[in-house]
Design a protein around this ligand. Structure first.
Ligand SMILES: [Ca+2]
Length: 87
């Protein structure tokens, strides 16, 4: 699937909200754990650390919407993600 063609702001928000269950605008580690639990996957601490290591680009301990977009688009640079226009 070409996610770059598939994704728009609306879909990004919908996906983001599935993780950000408390509506804080950031995806926390706890959010990731419960989202994965919902789909029947128990995340190990190591898996969680790997996810944060790879996708918490600003290293602030949470996944922001920009970082989530970068994750989906397989972008590893936060500035690139910010500049990527989904519309
Ligand atoms: Ca972050």
């Amino acid at each position: 699937m070409d996610v770059k063609r598939f994704l728009d702001e609306e879909k990004l928000n919908a996906l983001f909200n599935q993780f950000d269950t408390d509506g804080s605008g950031k995806i926390t580690k706890d959010n990731i754990i419960s989202a994965m639990n919902k789909v029947g996957h128990d995340l190990t601490q190591e898996e969680l650390d790997t996810i944060m290591e790879q996708h918490d680009l600003a290293k602030d301990g949470v996944i922001s919407k920009q970082e989530f977009k970068a994750l989906l688009l397989d972008i590893t640079d936060l500035e690139d993600a910010k500049q990527y226009d989904l519309s």
